[in-house]
Design a protein. Structure first.
Length: 214
């Protein structure tokens, strides 16, 4: 990412979009410089994220594969929508659909996701939402957390940008653990986007390097 290139972020969300709201708040409070959210896209027409976007005058688009005869048509429309809004960066915020490899290739190293565990642990297909926290508790792990990573062609696999840990307590339920991890997510995701916006992220193969200083 060019250090002087302004981030035009498209947020993908399937639900209420609390991580989208955390990003939006950080941008509005000038905690993330050199960035704008130019589009919120959801596969769910009832997604709370779309309502939040509209309330803030951000273009909000419902786009689902069910609206198209083929997956190829859907992906062409998705790419065209991103181009129409001049999006050069994608932040997945609870987006529950598979990302097509063509989209990943187009936005290589410019698409990130936040996962509610310390990857590579408790990641992969089927590991989302409360399923992750159920698996953490069942394993007996004493530490979990959140991970921001670059999206590649495998689930929860791309280079790690940032991680933050949360202790697992004896009385935790999946719901209580999810709540504490979510608080960390809301701090971690804006910080990761800030690093991209300031041109401090360099990706070399499977490694992410964070440049210090101005």
């Amino acid at each position: 990412m060019n250090a002087v290139e302004r981030l035009h972020i498209s947020v993908f969300a399937s639900g209420r979009g609390s991580n989208f709201q955390a990003l939006l708040q950080a941008i509005e409070e000038k905690k993330i410089p050199n960035a704008d959210i130019v589009l919120v896209l959801s596969n769910n027409s009832d997604a709370g994220a779309l309502e939040v976007a509209r309330a803030h005058n951000i273009p909000a688009v419902h786009l689902s594969q069910k609206q198209f005869a083929t997956e190829a048509e859907f992906n062409r429309k998705l790419l065209q929508t991103l181009e129409d809004h001049h999006a050069n960066f994608i932040a997945l915020a609870g987006y529950m659909k598979r990302i097509d490899p063509a989209l990943i290739q187009r936005y290589r190293n410019r698409m990130i996701n936040i996962h509610p565990a310390l990857l590579p642990a408790f990641g992969g297909k089927g590991m989302y939402g409360l399923h992750v926290h159920e698996a953490v508790i069942a394993s007996g792990a004493r530490i979990t957390g959140a991970t921001v990573h670059i999206v590649d062609e495998q689930y929860d696999h791309g280079p790690i940008v940032l991680q933050s840990a949360v202790g697992v307590e004896d009385r935790d339920t999946p719901e209580t653990l999810a709540s504490r991890v979510l608080e960390i997510e809301h701090q971690l995701y804006p910080e990761a986007v800030r690093l991209f916006a300031e041109g401090k992220i360099n990706v070399n193969g499977s490694r992410v390097y964070i440049r210090n200083g101005s």
